[in-house]
Design a protein around this ligand. Sequence first.
Ligand code: PLP
Length: 377
Amino acid sequence: MIYFDYNATTPLCPEALRAMGGFVSRPGNPSSQHQWGRKARVALDLVRGQIRTLVGATKAEVVFTSGGTEGDHLALHGWAAHGLAEGRSRIVFGKIEHPAILGAARQLEAQGFEVVFARVLSNGEVDVESVRPYCDEKLAVLAVMLANNETGVIQPVRALAELAKAKGAMVHCDGVQGTGKIPLHFDSLMVDSFALSAHKFGGPKGIGAVVMPKGSALKPLWSGGGQEGGIRPGSEATALVVGMGAAAQEASRQLDEGGSHFELRDAFEEELKEIPNITIVGKEAPRLPTTSSVCFHGRLSYKMVEALDQRGICVSGGSACHSGGPVPSDGMLSLGMSPEDASATVRFSFGSQSTREELDVLLKTLIEVAASREVQR
Ligand code: PLP
């Protein structure tokens, strides 16, 4: 199989697999006093440093979670509770946020919070001006993703954070898609929390972190043994954390030295021009160098994904097939796309193990698939 679906998940990098080895079989709770416990604790602290390096943070707190979904929930619920104590009851975010954020917001809405969706521009960026009227003393939390999972469009995090923070609100950034793909400077993003997930940058699934400025007063989702400074109680998954650290270190190295996969997206889009009637979504906006979202006008993306799969290539579509026909993604619709175009959009995402040879196979196959009768609307 040829894999171009890195935004969904990445293959585990060899460095992570090697690092995890010793920690899978050996006991040793990081909270234990004996030497095996101490060893685990030292390993966790080393990973906190590797995560800080990956996100360009100097002194930030790193709290381990089970991944992006938990990190988003922890931050949104925690900051909402914090805001409520100050009489703040509004949360604001763009409609293109991941279901993890949308789901947490729905829970908060049921608890009485006012939920405001910021407008999204047709280039895929959240419209900063549409947020301004909602930034006042009622705003508890503003959530903005670092980069969108479907389009790869990098969001104006700092500009939005400045607006919200000027009114004393908290800002959460879902950094799951951008981490490991672009250089980051956590301090200059001006956010109060930043969620990341290891399986999006070569680490294992089921582990992630929330990065916060030192001394943050985030409230926990549950209570327990006081691990992770009491913010995320529960025994840490040492082996997974160590795997995440090794993947973070490898991702930092690739960002510093430049990996050949960072050039594949541009080569792909250049050669796609051979296919008639296509639009690259978000092309005018800053984007992750590893994501290309392409609208194949007049075709059905779920049929294209199926046809590519049958030919041994893994990609993702901007629509799902339900019994009543194609259902376009809300994210694509919020860019102002018609339901037909949203249902014709396919996402190609590249990563550290992608090669030029694989890209050539993709292009050759895609030209044939896009013209085939089986994928036409
Ligand atoms: N946020 C974004 C932007 C994502 O793309 C994803 C995963 O696809 C998540 C959050 C959820 O992360 P996890 O799978 O680690 O729970």
